[in-house]
Write a protein that binds this ligand. Structure first.
Ligand SMILES: *Cc1c(COP(=O)(O)O)cnc(C)c1O
Length: 478
C-alpha cells in the first residue's frame, strides 16, 4: 500500500479508533476517581524537548497517544484546581472528533450546512438564557480573545465619529475597563491602533470589581484630553479574582452617555445557567455585546466561544461600515454565510460540541456543573477562612479563589517570596495543580475549581499539602 492508501485506510482507522476510545475511557474512569497519579507530570522544558526528539527518532517509538495521555496535565483529575478550563465532557469531545474528521470549513453556508445551522441554534439558546430580546443574534468564534476584539470592532464601527473602516483612525479613541480586566481587552485596543491612551483602566473596589462610581469622572477627564470614549467593558467575571463588575451600573452609565456596553463574560457569563448563582450577572441582558467561552465553564473542549449582539444585525457592521450597502437587501443579512460576521474564514464546527451536550442532557447539565463548582469554591473559602494560617484575598463570587499562606512568625515582607515558592514547589511535585497571581503587590495562590468531582476531601488535601510544603521549604531555608 502507498502511504496515502495507508493514511486513509478505513480498517486501520477502525482498529486504532476502537483502541483509542478504550484507552480514553480507562483514563477517564481513573482520572475522575482521583486515582494516584500526578495531576501535572512536570518536565523541565529542555528535557521535554529531548524526550520528544527521542520519540521522533526512535525506531520503535512508544504509542503516541499513550505517551500524550501520560505526559499531559490532567484536567479530569479532582486535584486539578488551576487555570480556567473545563474537563471536557466525553460527548462533546466525540463531537469534536466528528468536527475534525468532517473538516467542514464553514466560511460559506455550503461548506458548513450543519455547523452554521447549529451555530444559529446554539446562539439562540444562549440569548434566551440571557433574557436578551428577540433581535439578539451572534456567531461562534475561536476563543474569548478573538471574540472580544470582534465585539470591540463592532463598537468602533457604530460609535466612532469617522469612517474608520475606510479611512483609518485619525481620532484618539478609547474604551473604559476595570484595571482587573483580562489582558486581551488591552491588546484589542492596541490592535485597533489606539495605543496606551486607548485603554482607560478604572480602579477597583476592595472586592476587585470595577469602581463604577468613577466612570463619570474618568469620562470627563478623557473628554478634556480630546479622547473619544466609545465603549465600556464590564468583566463578568475578571480573570484573576473572579470578581463580577456591577453590570447594571455600567448599563445605566452607557445608556446615559450613549456608549457601547460590552460584557467580557468569557468565564462567568455561563452563570446564566445556574439557578442559584445567575443573579451575579444581572444586567447582562442590557449589554450591546457579550462573549462567553463554553470551554471554560460549560464543559466543551477548547476553543468554543459565543459572541452575541443584542441587535444581531449589527454584527454585519463588524467588518464593514456602510450600513446602507449592507442593509439594502434582506438577503444581505445572510446569517448562514458565517465569514461575513466572524474573524475567521475557515473555522471548526464548534457548535456541534455544545449542541451534543444540550441535546443529550439539556441545560440541567450546565446548571448542575456551574452550581457545583461554585458551591465547592465557597466551601474552600470557608476552610481557608477558618484556618489561621491562611488569608483570603476576597470572598469568592464564582469558582475562582485567591488566598495566601501566612504562617505565624513570617513577616509581611517575606510573604510574597514564600507563596511564590510554595506554588513553584507544588507545581513540580504535581499531586495538586494550582496557580498564583499578583494582586495590589501581594502574591496569592489562585485556584479555579473547575472539576465537578473535586470534593471536600480534595480541598482539605490541598490545604494540608500547602502547609506540609511550607514546613519543608522553611526547613530547607533555615
Ligand atoms: C479567559 C478569558 C479571556 C480569554 O479567553 P480565551 O478563550 O482564552 O481567548 C478573556 N476574558 C476573560 C475575562 C477571561 O477569563
Amino acid at each position: 500500500m502507498t502511504n496515502l492508501r495507508k493514511a486513509y485506510d478505513a480498517e486501520q482507522f477502525r482498529a486504532s479508533g476502537h483502541q483509542l476510545i478504550d484507552q480514553l475511557a480507562d483514563y477517564l474512569a481513573k482520572a475522575t476517581a482521583g486515582a494516584a497519579m500526578p495531576v501535572l507530570p512536570w518536565q523541565e522544558t529542555e528535557s521535554a524537548h529531548k524526550n520528544w526528539e527521542a520519540h521522533l527518532e526512535a525506531s520503535a517509538p512508544e504509542d503516541l497517544f499513550t505517551k500524550t495521555l501520560r505526559e499531559s496535565i490532567h484536567i479530569h483529575h479532582p486535584n486539578y484546581m488551576g487555570h480556567q478550563i473545563s474537563p471536557a465532557a466525553p460527548m462533546a469531545a466525540l463531537a469534536g472528533l466528528v468536527s475534525d474528521f468532517m473538516n467542514n470549513g464553514m466560511g460559506v453556508y455550503e461548506m458548513g450546512i450543519v455547523g452554521s445551522t447549529l451555530d444559529r441554534l446554539v446562539i439562540r439558546a444562549v440569548t434566551e438564557k440571557m433574557s436578551l430580546p428577540d433581535t439578539a443574534d451572534g456567531v461562534m468564534t475561536s476563543g474569548g480573545t478573538m471574540a472580544n476584539l470582534t465585539a470591540l470592532l463592532t463598537a468602533r464601527s457604530l460609535k466612532a465619529q469617522d469612517e474608520v473602516w475606510k479611512l483609518g483612525t485619525h481620532q484618539q479613541y478609547a474604551l473604559m475597563v476595570s484595571e482587573q480586566a483580562h489582558y486581551c481587552v488591552d491588546r484589542a485596543a492596541r490592535i485597533m491602533g489606539w495605543g496606551s491612551a486607548g485603554i482607560i483602566k478604572i480602579p477597583t473596589n476592595a472586592d476587585y470589581s470595577m469602581r463604577t462610581d468613577l466612570l463619570d469622572e474618568y469620562l470627563t477627564k478623557a473628554k478634556n484630553e480630546n479622547i473619544q470614549v466609545l465603549a465600556v467593558v464590564g468583566s463578568a467575571c475578571s480573570t484573576s479574582t473572579g470578581a463580577f463588575d456591577d453590570l447594571e451600573a455600567i448599563a445605566d452609565f452607557c445608556a446615559k452617555q450613549n456608549l457601547w456596553f460590552h460584557v467580557d463574560g468569557a468565564h462567568g457569563a455561563a452563570l446564566v445557567y445556574s439557578n442559584r448563582y445567575k443573579n451575579l450577572v444581572k444586567g447582562i441582558e442590557r449589554a450591546d455585546s457579550i462573549i462567553m467561552d463554553f470551554h471554560k465553564m460549560l464543559l466543551t473542549p477548547s476553543i468554543t466561544t459565543a459572541l452575541i449582539f443584542k441587535d444581531g444585525t449589527l454584527n454585519f457592521r463588524t467588518f464593514a461600515q456602510e450600513a446602507q450597502y449592507l442593509f439594502e437587501e434582506e438577503e444581505d443579512l445572510d446569517w448562514y454565510n458565517m465569514a461575513k460576521r466572524t474573524f475567521e474564514c475557515t473555522k471548526t464546527m464548534m457548535s456541534l460540541k455544545v449542541y451534543s451536550l444540550m441535546r443529550t442532557y439539556g441545560d440541567a447539565l450546565f446548571d448542575e456543573y456551574v452550581t457545583t463548582v461554585i458551591d465547592n469554591t465557597h466551601l474552600l473559602a470557608q476552610l481557608v477562612d477558618k484556618d489561621a494560617a491562611f488569608e483570603l484575598a476576597a470572598s469568592p463570587q464564582a469558582n475562582i479563589i485567591c488566598f495566601r499562606h501566612r504562617p505565624v512568625g513570617l513577616e509581611e515582607a517575606s510573604l510574597n517570596a514564600h507563596n511564590a515558592l510554595l506554588r513553584e514547589v507544588i507545581k513540580k511535585k504535581g499531586d495538586y495543580y494550582i496557580v498564583k497571581t499578583n494582586l495590589r503587590g501581594k502574591v496569592f495562590l489562585r485556584c479555579t475549581l473547575t472539576n465537578p468531582f473535586t470534593s471536600e476531601q480534595h480541598l482539605r488535601g490541598l490545604l494540608e499539602t500547602i502547609k506540609a510544603t511550607a514546613r519543608e521549604t522553611r526547613r530547607v531555608a533555615r
